[in-house]
Design a protein around this ligand. Sequence first.
Ligand code: NAD
Length: 286
Amino acid sequence: MGLLDGKVAFITGAGHGQGRAHAVTMAREGADVIAIDIDQPIANVLYQHASADDLAETARQVSETGRRVLSRIADVRSSEALDAVVAEGIETFGKIDVVVANAGIFTQAPFWEMDEKTWDDVQDVNLKGVWRTMKAVTPHLIERRAGSMILTSSVNSVEGNPAAAHYTAAKHGVVGLMRSAAQTLGAYGIRVNSVAPGLIDTPMTNYQAMYDQMAGRENADRADYDRAALNFGAIAGQGALPPESIANAAAWLASDGAFAMTGQNIVVDAGHTILAGFNPNPVLPG
Ligand code: NAD
């Protein structure tokens, strides 16, 4: 008996990272999976992008669990692409029960130096892409009077990030979208929640600039990053968290056991957001 026996889950950004963990975890819990990702570098991100091969590997890992999978290259910046894959998914599996709007990108720059494209790209994927994903599936869920949507926000949905105001604004926006949709769709028996990941060990956080940033010095390496990440949360020994930490929370939110959960932004961060914190840019008196 799995948490999601007989359900069908539609997951965006499933080529690697958290999206792959969502796909494999939900399949292990009994769900068939519709998995999408892009196959191209996106915007000015500094880290490794997902490829068609990565998405194929996700599909292979889902198949290995014994569940069925439909994987397609599709961009959350295109409603046309999302509508097509949702239609194909419903035709293949007969329905969609669960939506994980996970696709996202991360870039950094001081907001007053940022060009409009950097701002717009992050909104287009991280906020508008979530809206497009929900828009593509909602008529089907309303028709069925059932469903659970899980949107990926971030700890940056409940705190500021001085290096990424555009990302932080988008992730706060995801929570507003989630709360509004939860109110509207409750009448149809559809639940909408978000998960707010802390520091998660995926390609998004695994590259030189991130090592330097976490360690607080140039030319840091992965070991320095791992040591610095131990200061990010409150639980001893937990640094950059495995993507399964988020996938486990999402699988439960998707399950019937979470029947009373809607409109909530569930923070999974090893306690990062309860730490006292400090001011990284203090202005000295005088
Ligand atoms: P990741 O970069 O490994 O995965 C993101 C996935 O989204 C990639 O496979 C990428 O190809 C895909 N994607 C990007 N743009 C897309 C588009 N236009 N259409 C379809 N797919 C697209 O990073 P991750 O950590 O797995 O990120 C998953 C989510 O978690 C993102 O929304 C991210 O903002 C959020 N998040 C990550 C962290 C972290 O520390 N890694 C923390 C908080 C929130």
